[in-house]
Design a protein around this ligand. Structure first.
Ligand code: VG1
Ligand code: CO
Length: 581
């Protein structure tokens, strides 16, 4: 079937600025006439000559409005000179799977994809009144860098027209196969493929599936994986059940839903309620003996939460423990780690491991895109963020299922000599052993969601002002007499990329204490309404007699100081945070 390139007049929308991870807005905003089209055209314009004859991937976490957006992007791609569009079956591909597809999948003549539109608002809720998002990833499989997203944003401010092939009918994305068309610049086709094949192949290359399978087949090893109705479900079914023979009863909420079952697909102790309850961490006793190992992923499957029986592993500890055990437990890393990296607000647990193992170490701003350059330059193998993101240089996104397989590998490795019926080393044992070796970083994050944007800005300005009066802060700390160390320094985090030399400023306000404790404040770049203030609190403890105390108790004095310093309640009117992780 033939098509022509229709030119559609349009006018700009305000605020089409990609945040920490793509453009995220309410569905009602995205549904405005020409809204999606403007942003997609701005992306094609920003990519300029890369578009002609290219292959572009389009898929996402399956949330409401994805299917309509896929059809729009197909028609616009055709009109903009793209040669082929790759779509995961039913429009599904997890964010890590998209990264794997860009990096590894090849067309009939060995061609690779130029980039991808990932349709997701990640851990934000979905549905007609909730969030939608579009993120563009580039050739290396990672999120577009600021230089490209700034260009896209600036084009959205002056856009006057977009191009669309109106004759192309909606393509059936529920079946694998190819639909072919002919346009002004030659053939155009849409290839729908199995959403799990590239990703599963990659996981099999990284991990020892036989070792993990042997662990999962032990009757005393029980597991529960909660996909929170997100796209992780299709990978969990394929990998855990079909490849690794896990009991299908180990899977929870593994059928993707457009509205995530009405929930918040965010794998943390607040939102992953069912899993938390099953693992014995809920408010009431669980119905049955909790499994040995529990895990959850977010809507687009790039985040993960790791739990033991009645035990929570902080994401900052998780990445440190993976780094400490990777070489022995995961075949992909057997030659050693090239380096490790964490985002600035993530606890320094990883730093201690890097030092002990003599590994290159990097601290980058929040957002996965900053790890990509390090990985492309061969400087970093394992990295993580406190926001339940963990990953490695196998792709250029964080990877929820990978993190779960990494933990299963560590558990399999630590228990390899235990005879049938013997006592297995648990998740909690592994974490406590890690603390005993490296010390413990008590850590918590307070999120104040949907705060008035002006109030949030004022609070941040107040904190910047305070940084010039550190002695006053220390006087206050002494007065409230909480037995906390003094503040040594206050600053705004700034990052100079060691690979391309680019500088990112204003990446969070830090108060650094003499004993290594930290308070960090930053504004979220992924929310879709108002402002979200994030407060990160950390304290290091190496005294064995104090390592075991409850995190909440250990951090109480620092929390009090943070709230007082920032005048949180006075600025925001909030006496408590929306979410504590
Ligand atoms: C948050 C997290 C950040 C993460 C980002 C995208 O950003 O803090 O660590 O990389 O979400 O994660 P912000 O700007 O809201 O703090 V995902 O899973 O939503 O793509
Ligand atoms: Co996500």
């Amino acid at each position: 079937m033939g098509f022509v390139r229709a030119v559609q007049k349009t006018t700009p929308f305000d605020g089409q600025k990609p945040g920490t991870s793509g453009l995220r807005k309410k569905v009602t905003v995205f549904k405005q006439l020409h809204y999606v089209e403007n942003f997609v055209q701005a992306t094609f314009n920003a990519l300029s000559e890369k578009v002609q004859g290219s292959i572009i991937v389009v898929s996402g976490d399956g949330r409401y409005f994805s299917k309509d957006t896929i059809q729009i992007i197909i028609k616009m791609a055709a009109a903009n000179g793209v040669k082929q569009i790759w779509v995961g079956q039913n429009g599904l591909l997890s964010t890590p799977a998209v990264s794997a597809v860009i990096r590894n999948r090849v067309g009939p003549h060995g061609e690779k994809a130029t980039g991808a539109f990932i349709l997701t608002a990640s851990h934000n809720p979905g549905g007609p009144h909730e969030d939608f998002g579009i993120k563009y990833n580039t050739e290396n499989g990672g999120p577009a860098l600021e230089s490209l997203t700034d260009k896209i944003y600036s084009i959205t401010k002056t856009i006057k027209e977009y191009y669309i092939a109106e004759e192309i009918p909606d393509v059936d994305i529920s079946k694998c196969g190819t639909s072919s068309f002919t346009g002004p610049s030659g053939p155009f086709s849409v290839v729908v493929f199995d959403a799990t094949e590239d990703y599963v192949k990659l996981m099999k290359h990284i991990f020892d599936f036989v070792a993990i399978k042997n662990l999962l087949l032990r009757p005393e090893f029980t597991f529960c994986f909660d996909a929170l109705h997100g796209v992780a479900g299709i990978y969990a079914q394929k990998i855990f059940v079909e490849e690794l023979s896990a009991n299908p009863g180990f899977l929870l909420n593994c059928v993707p839903k457009e509205d995530f079952g009405g929930g918040h697909p965010d794998p943390n102790l607040t939102y992953a309620k069912e899993l938390v309850q099953r693992m014995g961490l809920g408010k009431t006793a669980p119905a049955a003996e909790p499994p040995e190992f529990g895990a959850a992923a977010d809507g687009d499957a790039d985040r993960n939460m790791v739990l033991g029986k009645r035990f929570f592993v902080t994401p900052s500890d998780s990445v440190a423990i993976i780094a400490a055990n990777a070489v022995g437990a995961i075949p992909y890393f057997k030659a050693g780690l090239k380096g490790v990296a964490r985002s600035m607000p993530t606890s320094a647990a990883l730093d201690v491991v890097a030092k002990a193992l003599n590994l290159k170490f990097f601290e980058v701003p929040t957002g996965w895109k900053f790890f990509g350059n390090l990985m492309d330059a061969g400087m970093c193998s394992v990295c993580g963020e406190e926001s339940f993101g963990t990953g490695s240089d196998h792709i250029r996104e964080k990877d929820g299922i990978w993190a779960v397989l990494a933990w299963l590998s560590i558990l399999a490795h630590k228990n390899r000599g235990v005879p049938a019926g013997g006592k297995l080393m648990t998740v909690e044992d592994i974490v406590r052993q890690h603390w005993a070796t490296y010390g413990r970083h008590f850590y918590t994050r307070y999120d104040y969601e949907n705060v008035d944007a002006g109030a949030a800005k004022d609070l941040m300005a107040h904190l910047v002002g305070l940084q010039s009066s550190i002695p006053d802060i220390n006087k206050m700390i002494k007065e409230i007499n909480l037995n906390v160390a003094c503040v040594a320094k206050g600053d705004e985090f700034e990052y100079k990329d060691p690979v391309d030399g680019s500088v990112s400023k204003h990446q969070g306000i830090r108060f650094l204490f003499e004993d290594g404790s930290r308070l960090v404040f930053r504004l979220s770049g992924t929310g879709s309404e108002g402002a979200t203030i994030r407060l990160y609190i950390e304290q290091y403890q190496s005294d064995p007699s104090k390592i075991g105390i409850e995190s909440r108790v250990a951090l109480a004095p620092l929390v009090e100081i943070a709230l007082k310093l920032s005048k949180m309640e006075a600025f925001t009117g909030r006496s408590s945070p929306t979410v504590i992780t």
